[in-house]
Ligand binder design. Structure first.
Ligand SMILES: [Zn+2]
Length: 183
């Protein structure tokens, strides 16, 4: 659990009570001393994510939060925006009432929210975490974004375009490595 103000990863619980949204905890960051509130749900059944390669792994809000922090690094977001997405997705997933959900579904949930929140974070997340079938699909996504925001000024778009060659390079490197190792 990271402090929403300074990012420090340790806090002490100063109050804890049941609420309709789960266990409400008031926390104090041991780094900067500021206080924040978290809601923790008690889930009776663990939720598993099924990956496209057939592996399964337990759903982890920590892991989800980490991936969001990477995608949102240095973006001018409101305090607590990432935590809110994590809580949101966690409840939506558990509302489905399934023991197993395709990891792609979680990816879509993240994309949906990042798209609203911050376009640059959205593109970063899309390029790293979403299993795009190929670079054409990725190019289509970028194209769609460009169409939508054509009435907006350019700063975010320029960043998106800057990201494309790097992502293309990465795909190329991966293919080269595969060719060399022969599988
Ligand atoms: Zn702090």
């Amino acid at each position: 659990m990271h402090c929403p103000f300074c990012g420090h990863d340790d806090s002490k619980v100063i109050d804890s009570r049941e609420s309709p949204d789960g266990v409400r905890r008031r926390r104090e960051c041991t780094g900067c001393g500021l206080r924040f509130t978290t809601y923790e749900r008690v889930h009776t059944t663990p939720l598993f994510l099924a990956k496209s390669d057939g592996r399964r792994e337990p759903f982890s809000t920590d892991k989800l939060e980490r991936s969001l922090r990477i995608a949102c690094a240095k973006r001018p977001l409101e305090v607590g925006a990432i935590g809110k997405i994590v809580t949101d997705i966690d409840s939506e997933l558990h509302r489905l009432g399934k023991a197993e959900v395709e990891s792609r579904v979680v990816g879509e949930m993240v994309m949906e929210r990042l798209r609203e929140l911050d376009r640059v974070a959205y593109i970063r997340y899309a390029s790293v975490y979403r299993d795009f079938e190929d670079l054409d699909t990725f190019a289509q996504e970028v194209e769609a974004l460009r169409d939508e925001s054509s009435d907006n000024p350019k700063p975010q778009l320029r960043l998106i375009e800057d990201d494309v060659p790097r992502i293309a390079d990465r795909g190329r490197r991966r293919r080269t490595r595969r060719a060399v190792s022969g599988d």
